[in-house]
Design a protein around this ligand. Structure first.
Ligand SMILES: [Mg+2]
Ligand SMILES: [Zn+2]
Length: 231
């Protein structure tokens, strides 16, 4: 369990070597569509301290009870991070720095047995001096592009999935993609007047999600830990 996890970059996404996701062939196996629920997690302020444009491995600090929350959720859901990383467009760090940070994060979690199946990141920001990143994209939250891509690429069933974020833009992205969304209402954002499911930390949200999931009529088979064969 504690072997070192590596990450492959695929366009604007990171695939950890211990991911349990498999590409779907919806034409040959239509039944596989809509049977894969996921938890979409914002990164900063949900999994780790939000230090603002985090760029170095030594800045990564896991928040309270994060590994055990993921351990609980991963039994029933694929775990997918969706993170805005406009620090790339702003030239605060580059895609290699982000890959290094995510490799370190995934290995920290893996030391506890916690799995991240995929990471989508949005490197864009309108007004960047770098033309490749200065675009009006559909992936920067509050837009739902990263979640919609997960549905398309992996066959994630949105109506059985959940998003957990610490900003209203996360919740907006989730709701726009048809995913039930939770706001972690920490000290930096106690301002939502929106009728959204709120909680104070990831552990509390995770227990609520498991309870909702159990009450649904949806019968799931537990997601098995498997070696990665996407390579
Ligand atoms: Mg955040
Ligand atoms: Zn984007």
């Amino acid at each position: 369990m504690n072997q070192l996890i590596s990450i492959r970059q695929i366009k604007k996404a990171h695939l950890p070597s211990n991911s349990r996701l498999r590409r779907i062939d919806t034409i040959r196996t239509p039944g596989l569509m809509n049977c894969k629920p996921a938890i979409f997690l914002d990164r900063d302020g949900v999994l780790i301290d939000d230090v603002g444009y985090l760029s170095r491995i030594d800045q990564i600090k896991l928040l309270d009870r994060v590994p055990e929350s993921i351990l609980l959720l991963q039994q029933h859901f694929y775990i997918i991070i969706v993170t805005n990383q406009s620090g790339i467009a702003r030239s605060f760090f580059n895609e290699q720095d982000l890959l290094n940070v995510h490799t370190a994060l995934i290995n920290k979690l893996n030391a506890h047995g916690a799995i991240i199946d995929y990471i989508y990141f949005c490197p864009h920001f309108e007004g960047s001096t770098d033309p490749q990143y200065s675009i009006t994209c559909n992936c920067r939250k509050p837009l739902p592009g990263m979640l919609l891509k997960a549905r398309e690429e992996w066959g994630i069933s949105m109506n059985k999935s959940f998003l957990i974020g610490d900003m209203m833009r996360d919740v907006t992205a989730g709701e726009s993609a048809g995913v039930k969304s939770f706001l972690i209402n920490n000290s930096s954002n106690n301002r939502s007047t929106h009728s959204v499911m709120q909680s104070y930390n990831l552990w509390d949200v995770s227990q609520q999600i498991i309870s909702i999931h159990r009450k649904s009529n949806y019968t799931d088979s537990k997601i098995a830990d498997t070696d990665n064969s996407n390579a």
